[in-house]
Design a protein around this ligand. Structure first.
Ligand code: HEC
Length: 154
């Protein structure tokens, strides 16, 4: 490789690393208001995403569904950071987050863990292209949304 190309490549790599660090930094240090806004935005994307997934699975065309499952795997990892102390629903902040999230942190953590687990299983089944398995994993995956809402959303 030419020297200029090496330089270019390391520049690109450095930019990538910086972007990742910056991202994780910014998500860890967002204000309560920003965290609420960001998580509502993520949940909205999540809903649009699961609709698309359901449509693809029903039509039996799951070749493009893996990236949709990737979203959920990634979101399940970020979710805990967007529920800082003091961000439960109030009359002014537009949130529906139950105070049980902070009263029962282990329960909330478990609900996120289930979501993560089922997202991964769904992803695997989509890769396997086994339609019976896909239907099963999709059902239990969708169940983790409802399960958490029942317990932790007002
Ligand atoms: C571990 C808990 C948990 C899981 C898992 C979860 N949610 Fe939620 N969801 C919440 C909470 C808490 C709120 C309320 C957030 C707020 O208003 O601050 C919420 C809010 C929402 C909203 C309302 C957003 C708005 O417009 O205000 C939608 C839509 C939603 N979730 C969809 C989903 C979908 C789809 C899934 C599964 C793919 C899912 N959620 C999984 C806890 C969860």
């Amino acid at each position: 490789m030419q020297k200029s190309n090496v330089k270019k490549l390391s520049g690109i790599l450095l930019a990538g690393v910086t972007a990742v660090l910056f991202n994780s930094h910014s998500i860890a240090s967002v204000s309560v208001e920003e965290a609420i806004q960001k998580r509502i935005e993520m949940f909205k994307s999540s809903k649009a995403n699961i609709k698309k997934l359901r449509r693809l699975i029903r039509s039996g065309d799951t070749s493009e569904a893996v990236p949709l499952a990737d979203f959920h795997v990634a979101w399940s990892k970020e979710m805990p950071m967007l529920f800082p102390l003091g961000s439960e629903a109030s009359t002014s902040n537009g949130s529906d987050a139950s105070s049980d999230i902070w009263d029962n942190p282990i329960g909330f953590k478990n609900a996120i863990q289930q979501y993560k687990l089922k997202s991964r299983e769904l992803r695997k089944s989509l890769i396997s292209a086994d339609s019976v398995l896909i239907n099963e994993t999709f059902k239990s995956f969708a169940g983790t949304c409802k399960g958490c809402h029942k317990q932790f959303r007002n």
